[in-house]
Design a protein around this ligand. Structure first.
Ligand code: FES
Length: 277
């Protein structure tokens, strides 16, 4: 669908409290025909506007294969996101324009083993692709999701993770940074669990990762050590975006604009960016 330049009104159908500071906003356009036409690819983002407060870019955290709605999962991390958390209730309207940006390379990952590596709110953009791939499960081989957070309370999409665990065609590995009394899964940071527990097969595998910058940094180093080629490692960047249209000059790294050239990049592409990344 052609990017919308003017926001359209969407109604919040449901708000899901994922963690103490992350909420998923499930929305549909008020105009039914617009909702029917609205289409996006996993990895794309929208501009979300709260009247009187401002605009923010958020990835769409659900898949187009789940019809009739779209989700944005929003962490409280600044003025606009604090206003979104405090002001918006189910039934309220927000402005949405988009979708914008490129998407995960759907053709490249077909027929491959998929390894998703997520941390914290970084599971949100991965979830759009995970749902898409689950809904087209026959197109992929082995399917592994490694997901971690600082504490068990900080894990997003807990109900959906339980569904993924019941799916015998998916391997789910969870971890938190430090031991907790009732926690029965792995303990340790994501890159450590990747190398010591998941020990992924390299041949014919594509890795898709997203998380806090420090997690991505050490995960990329782990993937290097494990022997993955940078072209087979894909990530998505969301920091610094504002207009989403290549106009405000907030998101560029050298001549690369995250909003227009990304937000999805291979590790090979990231390595070619200037050092400021
Ligand atoms: S977000 Fe404005 S130029 Fe990219």
């Amino acid at each position: 669908m052609e990017a919308l330049l003017v926001p359209s009104l969407a109604r919040i159908d449901r708000i899901i409290q994922e963690t103490p500071d992350v909420r998923t906003y499930r929305m549909k356009f008020k105009d039914d025909s617009l909702m029917e036409k609205f289409s996006w690819q996993p990895g794309q983002f929208v501009e979300f506007s709260l009247l009187g407060s401002g605009e923010c870019t958020f990835c769409i955290s659900s898949s187009v294969t789940r019809k009739g709605y779209f989700d944005c999962s929003i962490k409280r991390a600044g003025i606009v996101t604090a206003d979104i958390h405090s002001d918006l209730e189910e039934g309220d309207d927000v402005g949405i324009r988009g979708p914008y940006g490129n998407c995960f390379p759907l053709e490249d990952i077909k027929g491959k083993n998929l390894l998703f590596v997520g941390g914290g709110i970084g599971l949100a953009p991965l979830r759009s692709l995970i749902q898409y791939c689950i809904d087209n499960r026959g197109d992929y081989k082995d399917f592994t999701i490694l997901y971690g957070a600082r504490t068990s309370a900080d894990l997003c999409f807990k109900e959906e993770i339980e569904e993924w665990k019941k799916n015998t065609s998916i391997k789910v590995v969870l971890t938190i940074d430090k031991p907790e009394d009732t926690w029965k899964e792995n303990v340790g940071v994501v890159p450590k669990i990747l190398e010591e527990v998941v020990k992924p097969e390299i041949a014919n595998t594509k890795v898709i990762t997203c998380g806090p910058p420090i997690m991505i940094k050490y995960t990329l180093q782990s993937l290097d050590r494990l022997g993955f080629a940078p072209k087979d490692v894909i990530t998505t960047l969301e920091m610094k975006m504002q207009c989403g249209l290549g106009k405000c000059g907030r998101c560029n790294i050298g001549s690369t604009y995250i909003c227009k050239d990304g937000p999805v990049f291979t590790y090979e592409q990231l390595k070619a960016l200037p050092d400021e990344f």
